[in-house]
Design a protein around this ligand. Structure first.
Ligand code: PNW
Length: 473
């Protein structure tokens, strides 16, 4: 296969998440999730922005699916809002909530677009948070119940399933640094949350298998960090290993190898004894092997040892907080990585995506891989004719897809790529100021306009070949 040609079965998708696009937060009996509560709490999001309306996808899903079809995309990754389906986080499903997702799936299938469902993209029903949230074991049991409700409703028509999106963010930004909902800042709670998210994945995978056809593929999406040491100095190498354990090992230990890394347990022993991990939990997680792994990649991390460092605002790209999302690693310093940056301030380094894909090819041989998110925020504006030109995004996508292609050549079993995001949307604590969409959204009218990057990506999807960055689109 030539160097720019992708396999014929490759999935060319885009991705979104429920709270970031749906709006309609009070319709059909939906109750608040932790993101409704958080975004309505003064000072938590830029400009106090919320997902109340977002891009109104709940009412405009037909138009949005038609847009994807026009672009020739053959896959779409979206998430289900738990509190639309089970408003209290438990008990029988609300049919009108499930019906929305049934209609969406029907619409996608009618246009030849493969749906990939993410069950949890950060929007825990508030009632479950009030009962303790992810630091509590019961939340994992509730998640498995919710998974079987959705699995039963959609399992006959949806083949691609993702239990959790970026559990690192849920645990460490949600309960550690507090820049994400529910905004708690307790290092022990963040580690407990990480474990119960792993357990939730294991229980949910087993529950899904029981209600779905065996051909369906169950995966998880991790924002696995590419952690690079500032130098080859042993102290910097050790700092990089510690962050790697806290970013990656804490999840792929249990998910891929059946246990937490002993180096992680040792390094965190001053703050937690891990007594909330029961032996049976690790067996449950192991008994539900992954069919595929989703990787979300944006930018690498560059770290060094900083023994004398005092706690304070961080330069690690995870938002401004006095509290660290890295429990027990206050003596590790994060550096700005070199290179051009996107509007998020994240440096652009496509080789990180190659490194990530090859790492999992070595660590989990034979496991199919998907890039379940990759993309960039830029300050896009329509020109006088109403067209949106975003050559920076085209360059970003081209650079990263070329690295996917290189990983394929070198033996990585990459099955698809989902551009983050289909539409400009609610970028969490940053509000609507950061535009990740291939399709521009005018927030005054909610009108959608494909950017030039959308047309470039459409051409790649249609032909299975990367067009040059300078292609006329
Ligand atoms: C991911 N970090 O978020 C999410 O899955 C998306 O919902 C989000 O819109 C997208 O990437 C762009 O940000 C992340 O601090 C948020 O490491 C924060 C981090 C990583 C991913």
């Amino acid at each position: 296969m030539s160097d720019s040609v992708f396999p014929p079965a490759f999935l060319w998708g885009s991705a979104t998440s429920a709270y970031q696009i749906e709006g309609a937060v009070r319709e059909g009996g939906r109750t608040p999730s932790i993101w409704d509560t958080f975004s309505h709490t003064p000072g938590k999001t830029a400009g106090g922005e919320t997902g109340d309306i977002a891009v109104d996808h709940f009412h405009r899903y037909r138009e949005d699916v038609a847009l994807m079809a026009d672009l020739g995309l053959n896959a779409y990754r979206f998430s289900v809002s738990w509190s639309r389906v089970q408003p209290t986080g438990r008990g029988p499903a609300v049919q009108v909530g499930l019906d929305f997702y049934r209609r969406l799936v029907d619409e996608l299938l009618a246009k030849g677009i493969r749906p990939a469902v993410t069950l949890y993209h950060w929007d825990l029903p508030q009632e479950l948070e009030d009962a303790g949230g992810w630091p509590e074991r019961d939340t994992a049991l509730r998640f498995a119940e919710y998974a079987s409700v959705v699995g039963e409703a959609l399992g006959d028509r949806v083949e691609h399933w993702i239990t959790l999106n970026e559990p690192w963010c849920s645990a460490f930004l949600g309960y550690g640094s507090g820049v994400h909902a529910p905004g708690r800042t307790d290092p022990v709670a963040s580690l407990r949350a990480a474990h119960h998210l792993n357990l939730a994945h294991g229980l949910a995978a087993t529950a899904l298998r029981a209600v779905m056809p065996a051909r369906n593929e169950i995966a998880i999406s991790l924002n696995s960090s590419v952690v690079r040491p500032l130098s080859q100095d042993p102290a910097d190498l050790a700092a990089a290993r510690r962050i790697d354990d806290l970013a990656n090992g804490v999840f792929h230990g249990p998910l891929l190898h059946g246990s937490y890394p002993s180096s992680l347990i040792d390094a965190t022993s001053p703050i937690t004894d891990w007594s909330y991990v029961r032996d049976a939990d690790l067996r449950i997680i192991k008994a539900a092997p992954l069919d595929a792994l989703g990787l979300n990649y944006y930018t690498p991390a560059l770290v060094s040892a900083a023994p004398d460092r005092v706690a304070g605002p961080r330069a690690d790209g995870h938002g401004a907080s006095e509290h660290s999302p890295w429990p027990g690693a206050d003596d590790v310093l994060f550096h700005q990585t070199p290179g051009e940056r996107t509007e998020m301030g994240w440096s652009i380094d496509p080789t990180g995506l190659y490194d990530l894909l090859m790492r999992y090819t070595r660590e989990a041989p034979g496991l199919p891989l998907y890039v379940t998110e990759n993309g960039a925020a830029y300050d896009d504006k329509p020109d006088a004719e109403g067209r949106v030109h975003d050559p920076e995004r085209i360059a970003y996508l081209h650079g990263h897809l070329a690295e996917v292609r290189r990983a394929l050549t070198d033996g990585a079993d990459v099955r698809g790529y989902y551009l983050w995001s289909l539409l400009d949307n609610f970028e969490w604590a940053y509000g609507y100021g950061k535009r990740f969409g291939a399709v521009y959204v005018d927030y005054a009218t909610l009108e959608r306009t494909p950017k030039s990057s959308a047309r470039w990506y459409a051409r790649a999807a249609r032909t299975g070949v990367l067009p040059p960055v300078t292609a006329e689109v």
